[in-house]
Design a binder for this molecule. Structure first.
Ligand code: CDP
Length: 218
C-alpha cells in the first residue's frame, strides 16, 4: 500500500521529532518542508535578496538543488542543516514563506518527492495543499509557552544561547504570519486528526499516530 503521512502545525508542536520517529517505524522517507523554506531564506540572505524581490527570488529558488540525505538537507551540494536552524534564519523565514512564487516552486518539488517515495512530510500546508490526498493527516498543537519551552531546551542542548522570552516572541510572531498570510495559511485540513501535545510525551504522540496508521493499514 502506498503510504503518505502529512503532519502540520505551528512551530514547536513536535512535528519534526514525531515525523522522524514515525518515518523510521514505518520505513517512510522524512521530508522536512520547513527546512526547505529555511534554505530559501538562508540563500536569499546570502545573496542579498529581500522577500519583496519576487523575480530574483524565483530565479534563486529555481537554481537550488535540494536533497535530503539521512535527514540532512543539502543545497547545491552543501550541507545546510545547521545553518538553517540559526535564530537569524528563524526570524526571517516566514516572510519568504509568504511569497506565492516561492511556495508554488517548493510545493511542486515536494509533490515530486512524494511521487517517488513513501513519505512522511511535516510543515504548514501538507494536509491542505501538498499531499491533499494523503490517507493519514495529523495536526499537532500545543500552547505557545509549551512550544517555546521545548524550542528553548532544544537550542540549549545544542549550546545555542538564546533567551526563552525571545523564542516565545518569535514563535508568536511566526504563528501570526503563518496563519494570516494570504497564500495557503496554516490551518487544519478538515480530514486531519488533531492532537494536543502539550501534556503528552513524545512516545505517547508516536503511539497515538501509529495506532491510527495501523487501524487503516490492517
Ligand atoms: O521547526 P519550526 O516549527 O520552527 O519551523 P519549520 O517547520 O522549520 O518552518 C519554518 C517556517 O517555514 C514556518 O514558520 C513557516 O513560515 C514556513 N513553512 C511554510 O510556510 N510551509 C511549510 N510547509 C513549512 C514551513
Amino acid at each position: 500500500m502506498r503510504i503518505a503521512v502529512a503532519i502540520d502545525g505551528p512551530a514547536g508542536a513536535g512535528k519534526s521529532t514525531i515525523a522522524k520517529l514515525i518515518g523510521e517505524k514505518f520505513n517512510l522517507m522524512y521530508i522536512d518542508t520547513g527546512a526547505m523554506y529555511r534554505a530559501v531564506a538562508l540563500m536569499a540572505k546570502r545573496n542579498g535578496i529581500s522577500e519583496k524581490e519576487v523575480e530574483k527570488l524565483s530565479s534563486l529558488v529555481k537554481s537550488l538543488n535540494m536533497k535530503f540525505i539521512n535527514n540532512k538537507l543539502f543545497v547545491n551540494g552543501e550541507d545546510v542543516s545547521k545553518k538553517i536552524r540559526e535564530v537569524k534564519i528563524s526570524n526571517i523565514v516566514s516572510l519568504y514563506a509568504t511569497v506565492s512564487e516561492v511556495r508554488s516552486l517548493l510545493v511542486s518539488l515536494q509533490q515530486s518527492m512524494s511521487q517517488k517515495y513513501n513519505v512522511i512530510m511535516d510543515g504548514r500546508d501538507i494536509g491542505t495543499v501538498v499531499l491533499i490526498d494523503a490517507p493519514f493527516k495529523f495536526y499537532l498543537v500545543a500552547s505557545p509557552e509549551v512550544r517555546a519551552r521545548r524550542r528553548f531546551n532544544e537550542l540549549k542542548n545544542k549550546d545555542i544561547e538564546v533567551s526563552y522570552e525571545s523564542i516565545l516572541k518569535d514563535i508568536k510572531k511566526r504563528d501570526y504570519i503563518d496563519s494570516t498570510r494570504e497564500v495557503t495559511p496554516l490551518r487544519k485540513a478538515e480530514d486531519a486528526i488533531e492532537i494536543n501535545t502539550s501534556n503528552l510525551t513524545i512516545e505517547e504522540v508516536v503511539n497515538e499516530i501509529s495506532n491510527h496508521i495501523y487501524k487503516k493499514v490492517n
